[in-house]
Design a protein around this ligand. Structure first.
Ligand SMILES: [Zn+2]
Length: 386
């Protein structure tokens, strides 16, 4: 069957040994080139013996046009491009002109061939072998670096796998926003990303698991965050020395810093954690220790209906969310102030829980006291993991 089909193909088309062998790639072992050479040899011997038409040669291949001769050249371009990039495994992908792929598909259909492999698969594999030899590294479909080659255009594009880093941050001072904001010099994101970007030689993107306002400190065990470093030139970063450098500024402190996967990064960013807060509540009309105690009793275990606060309405959908207060505790300070310690669901706006946000948050401290109350200062004390 193989010989008969191959004979019909070669009577009508000029194919090199690779492209001939590739039509039967799924049958037997060896390279396509070896397979093609063997088939042609046997066909020639048979035809000669029968005094039949000789088999066409493969000097000018109709399918590949001799593109496999470009392999060493393409390998050279790949090596040059990857010279200053750190990676331990790599992969090869390619872009071929549509008409080349169309030509081979037309052959498969015309001769009813179901055992072929695509020219791209062979080219990628052969280039991978060459590169593996020169680099001393293994190809892997989940490699750090992917070469996307276009052998007809003689170009190579690099796709570098991002590096993900997990950590938690503590914001020790007020007046720093989490991400860069007009009018602020520093942000949690810029303080952490600056040295990481420099060391990795790529773009560092900071993502927090939630956020706090710029006037709120983030204390305790810190808020989880993920760094995604895009197109990193170096991946074996010294995290310890980066932590020391970030923490030396004294405004933001990072802890538990380690490398992570893209999957874990997504989980960290989408899970909502309970949080523990410490707020100072200011009541201009005055508040007694007894009134403060009522606030704690009423909030503990309460379900809060909170419509999106007026101050963030522009950036979030306006809807009512239901969040729970698990724990509430007060410490009376003076005639106008008490300290309020809370454990709540993630995503509850504490400033509005205190002010009531003109009735948009219910119940609220203002509502319970039946007089205006304001959040004078706020800290996130802990982010509870379970
Ligand atoms: Zn060919």
């Amino acid at each position: 069957m193989i010989l008969e089909t191959a004979g019909r193909v070669l009577d009508e088309h000029q194919l090199c040994d690779r492209c001939l062998g590739r039509l039967f790639a799924r049958l037997g072992r060896g390279t396509n080139e070896e397979r093609g050479r063997a088939i042609r040899l046997v066909l020639r011997m048979e035809r000669q013996a029968q005094g039949d038409f000789p088999v066409l040669g493969g000097e000018k291949c109709e399918v590949c046009g001799g593109i496999f001769d470009e392999l060493p050249n393409m390998a050279g371009i790949c090596l040059e491009k990857a010279r200053e990039i750190e990676f331990s495994t790599f992969w090869v992908g390619s872009r071929f002109p549509a008409e080349v792929l169309e030509r081979e598909r037309a052959l498969w259909e015309k001769y009813g061939i179901g055992t072929a492999e695509s020219i791209k698969t062979e080219f990628n594999r052969e280039l991978g072998k060459l590169l593996s030899e020169k680099l001393g590294k293994e190809p892997s479909s989940v490699g750090d670096l992917t070469f996307i080659v276009n052998p007809f255009g003689k170009t190579v594009e690099l796709q570098i796998k991002p590096v993900y880093i997990y950590g938690r941050y503590r914001k020790l001072v007020r007046g720093i926003s989490q991400t860069p904001l007009k009018g602020y010099r520093d942000s949690v994101s810029s303080i952490i990303c600056r040295p990481v970007s420099r060391e990795a030689g790529g773009k560092c993107v900071f993502k927090g698991a939630g956020r706090e306002d710029s006037d709120v400190r983030m204390l305790g065990n810190g808020r989880p965050f993920i760094l995604e470093i895009k197109n990193p030139r170096r991946r074996s970063l010294n995290l310890k020395s980066l932590v020391v450098e970030i923490n030396s500024g004294g405004k933001v402190e990072v802890l538990d810093v380690r490398f992570t996967s893209g999957d874990e990064a997504r989980r960290v960013l989408t899970s909502s954690h309970r949080k523990e807060y410490l707020a100072t509540v200011f009541v201009e009309e005055g508040v007694s220790p007894k009134e403060a105690a009522i606030v704690a009793r009423m909030l503990k275990g309460a379900e809060i209906r909170q419509r999106t606060p007026r101050r963030v309405k522009r950036s979030r959908t306006d809807k009512t969310r239901i969040k729970k207060v698990y724990h509430a505790e007060v410490r009376w300070m003076d005639e106008q102030r008490f300290e309020l310690r809370l454990v709540t669901d993630g995503g509850l706006y504490i400033k509005e829980l205190i002010s009531g946000d003109e009735g948009r948050t219910n119940p609220s401290v203002s509502g319970i006291l039946d007089k205006p109350a304001l959040c004078e200062s706020l800290d996130v004390i802990n982010i509870l993991d379970d």
